[in-house]
Design a protein around this ligand. Structure first.
Ligand SMILES: NC(=O)c1ccc[n+]([C@@H]2O[C@H](COP(=O)([O-])OP(=O)(O)OC[C@H]3O[C@@H](n4cnc5c(N)ncnc54)[C@H](OP(=O)(O)O)[C@@H]3O)[C@@H](O)[C@H]2O)c1
Length: 247
């Protein structure tokens, strides 16, 4: 039976990932910050949840113990999903170091603090899959979200290195570069046809993990050609296109 650890499990996307694994009978260990949301999710998923923990994942000093407890309860690990994230308020992060640090901590330092014990545990075990939710915002700095984008971009690079460290040992690392998804994180964003639903993104994430190869994937798929064009555009043109470089 698959043993799955989900960190940031109460996120809209992560809850749908957890639900997909629960439907096929996986053994789940869920970690979330909000006790009410975590209890509601555990109740929704029933006996497939074999353990859960409430944790503020910004507390990097607690990450190793958190991971080791989850591995003990699950008796090993097949898949770990790191899903928590914080968009923050871009303009505030341009004036207030504490706000900028918070965004960098939640989206970069916290995942790295979890990936260190997870990668070493999977290496010792000799198999497993690490799956992390990053963002297209990490592919090019834009005035709209460059503090968040810098954290996700650095996380993407970290995962790229980790993937090449672990592939010889049969351990897969997946980086999901998500485009906009209709979740609480984007509740106050104007919606357009490129927005995905958390259900569709969760389906594609689990399907990608099931293929077992790891790698970086844009989700939904149409963000791959869009971001290729955005990444390669000369800055002098990029800066003149308001829909890309505006607020
Ligand atoms: N939605 C999008 O458009 C989009 C696009 C690209 C990438 N992503 C990424 O996808 C992932 C999931 O986001 P989502 O869209 O599902 O958003 P969401 O529903 O708003 O979920 C964000 C989750 O992160 C958790 N979290 C934040 N800081 C935390 C901390 N210090 N400790 C523990 N949990 C913490 C929140 O917990 P609380 O409930 O306690 O606040 C919440 O459950 C994130 O990594 C996000 O950056 C999202």
């Amino acid at each position: 039976m698959e043993r799955v650890l989900i960190l940031g499990a109460t996120s809209a996307i992560a809850s749908e990932i957890a639900a997909r694994y629960a439907r096929r009978g996986a053994r789940l260990y869920l970690v979330g910050r909000d006790p009410a949301k975590l209890t509601a999710l555990c109740d929704r998923l029933g006996s497939t949840v074999v353990g859960h923990a409430r944790a503020d994942l910004d507390d990097a000093a607690g990450s190793a113990a958190l991971v080791h407890t989850a591995l003990e309860v699950l008796d090993g690990l097949d898949v770990a999903v790191i899903a928590h994230g914080l968009l923050g308020h871009q303009i505030t992060t341009e004036h207030d170091w504490n706000a900028a640090e918070q965004v960098l901590r939640t989206n970069l330092l916290s995942p790295v603090s979890l990936l260190i014990p997870l990668a070493n545990a999977l290496q010792a075990q000799g198999h497993g899959h690490l799956a992390v939710l990053s963002s297209v915002a990490g592919e090019r700095g834009r005035p709209r979200n460059y503090t968040y984008g810098a954290a996700k971009g650095a996380l993407t690079i970290y995962l790229q290195g980790l993937r090449s460290r672990l592939w010889r040992q049969g351990i897969a690392v997946s980086t999901f570069k998500l485009g906009p998804v209709d979740t609480p994180m984007t509740a106050d964003h104007a919606k357009n046809p490129l927005f995905a639903t958390p259900q569709a993104v969760a389906r594609d994430i689990v399907a990608h993990i099931d293929r077992g190869q790891g790698g970086a994937a844009h989700l939904p798929w149409y963000w791959a050609p869009i971001m290729s064009a955005v990444r390669h555009m000369p800055e002098s043109i990029f800066q003149r296109l308001g829909f890309l470089s505006g607020r």
